[in-house]
Design a protein around this ligand. Sequence first.
Ligand SMILES: Nc1ncnc2c1ncn2[C@@H]1O[C@H](COP(=O)(O)OP(=O)(O)OP(=O)(O)O)[C@@H](O)[C@H]1O
Ligand SMILES: Cc1cn([C@H]2C[C@H](O)[C@@H](COP(=O)(O)O)O2)c(=O)[nH]c1=O
Length: 210
Amino acid sequence: MSKPLFITFEGPEGAGKTTIIKRVEEELNRRDVSFICTREPGGIDIAEQIRSVILHPQNTSMDGRTEALLYAAARRQHLAEKVFPALQNGKHVLCDRFIDSSLAYQGFARDLGIDEVYSINRFATEDRMPDLTIYFDLSPEVGLSRIDDNTDREKNRLDLEKLDFHKKVQEGYRRVISMFPERIVKVNAEQSIEAVYQDVICILEENFQI
Ligand SMILES: Nc1ncnc2c1ncn2[C@@H]1O[C@H](COP(=O)(O)OP(=O)(O)OP(=O)(O)O)[C@@H](O)[C@H]1O
Ligand SMILES: Cc1cn([C@H]2C[C@H](O)[C@@H](COP(=O)(O)O)O2)c(=O)[nH]c1=O
């Protein structure tokens, strides 16, 4: 059995991560790969409860450091309860968002400092970084217009931030990618769903025997 891998998916709002992860999940099931799919913030009960506090549209008075600490707390519990046990049991873990979201959104877009936010997250994660991160590259304008068009999806507190905030998130991700070029691979997420899916499958096949 190959070493179980921790693979994360990152990108701005409406990037298409959920859509593509669902298709990858179906394909990996067809190939009989042992894996789990999960998400942040959330994935387990305690972290989903923290998610609802962080993302509740009425919690507009939340302080930026509180927000960063809540994401890190949700991350810790999710790792301890779900991600670490799955990896120990030989399962690959595919996770929708992880530490890079905190570095881009809280570290850069909220002006808390990428290094400062990285530091609290190193404590939360015991320095467990992903083996591979696939970054869905698209402009905030395209991402936001996709979620505007998606009437099934309720807007959360971060979706409701102004365009300038989402532009800063994009710049934050650029900086994070330059910090970890060996780990983070970009896909052009402005292509059709099929083309993005093919790119993602190629990256997974190239990097690992799956
Ligand atoms: N490549 C694509 N082209 C056009 N529309 C897309 C594409 N990928 C996803 N969409 C649509 O965009 C919307 C957002 O997609 P999805 O929920 O998968 O994104 P996400 O990255 O999970 O978003 P978020 O992180 O904001 O929840 C959905 O309505 C989805 O059908
Ligand atoms: C993990 C993480 C997430 N965020 C933000 C990014 C999104 O706006 C929401 C999560 O919503 P999604 O529909 O599940 O993508 O939370 C963040 O700011 N910091 C983080 O660490």
